[in-house]
Write a protein that binds this ligand. Structure first.
Ligand SMILES: *Cc1c(COP(=O)(O)O)cnc(C)c1O
Length: 236
């Protein structure tokens, strides 16, 4: 700084400045939960759910080490990813078969394959792109949830994914019930874990901002975190 120049006071911290810190704090909290469960530190991947979040918040978390980002909506994802440095991109929204080609080209992982037709459409697109997509089958483990294949049909769906070229079956994704009843949430996660054990793979994607500790106790290897990482979502 040239002599005599006034020191510009640093502006007070803004909410956005805390996002990176929140990622590190969350990472530490997850590791502490893992230790309490007797599981190794670092055995859960945090995926930042960036839907309805401004790109700068996501960039701040990426600068702090966040490597995986998830979006629910194709159009929003396309616009936002263009503003982000490279990350591993997860699609977690409901998959319409007519959007499969676009999803396959934009994303690396599709967590929401809940029926054979979706797997077929992604396979066709992946082959055209000469790309291999990581696939999680989405299983419905809570009565309030609209999407996801019934647990008793998960194995059949997993086999259908395995049979498709261009797709690599990597595990299971499920959404816990929206309730304050923790034992109900745990039961849903245990059902997800049991179903995951039947189909195999390396990724059990369960747990969100409100319920991730219960998911980690049930064996989650991937938690999908929006508000607890980036703050409240834009409502427009
Ligand atoms: C929105 C969303 C999340 C993240 O939700 P938060 O409660 O904000 O952490 C995770 N998974 C799916 C499938 C979602 O749609």
């Amino acid at each position: 700084m040239p002599p005599g120049q006034a020191v510009v006071p640093t502006r007070p911290p803004q909410p956005l400045d805390n996002v990176g810190t929140r990622y590190r704090v969350l990472l530490e909290e997850v590791d502490e939960e893992l230790e309490r469960c007797g599981r190794p530190r670092g055995s859960v991947t945090i995926v930042g759910v960036s839907k309805k979040q401004p790109a700068e918040r996501v960039r701040a978390a990426i600068a702090d080490g966040l490597a995986d980002v998830a979006e629910n909506y194709l159009q929003e994802a396309r616009a936002k990813f263009a503003l982000l440095p490279p990350t591993l991109k997860h699609f977690i929204g409901h998959l319409q078969t007519n959007k499969a080609a676009a999803v396959a080209s934009l994303f690396d992982v599709v967590q929401s394959v809940d029926r054979v037709e979706a797997a077929r459409a992604l396979s066709k697109a992946a082959q055209q792109l000469e790309k291999e997509l990581r696939i999680l089958v989405q299983v419905n483990v809570s009565s309030g949830e609209r999407f996801g294949c019934p647990p008793e049909r998960a194995q059949e769906l997993a086999e259908a994914v395995l049979a498709q070229r261009g797709l690599r079956l990597d595990g299971l994704m499920a959404i816990g019930p929206i309730t304050h009843d923790r034992s109900k949430i745990s039961r849903s996660f245990e059902l997800a874990a049991k179903t995951f054990a039947c189909i195999g793979g390396s990724t059990l994607s369960i747990g969100m901002s409100g319920d991730w500790p219960l998911a980690v106790r049930a064996g989650s290897t991937m938690i999908r975190i929006g508000t607890a990482l980036f703050g409240g979502r834009q409502t427009t």
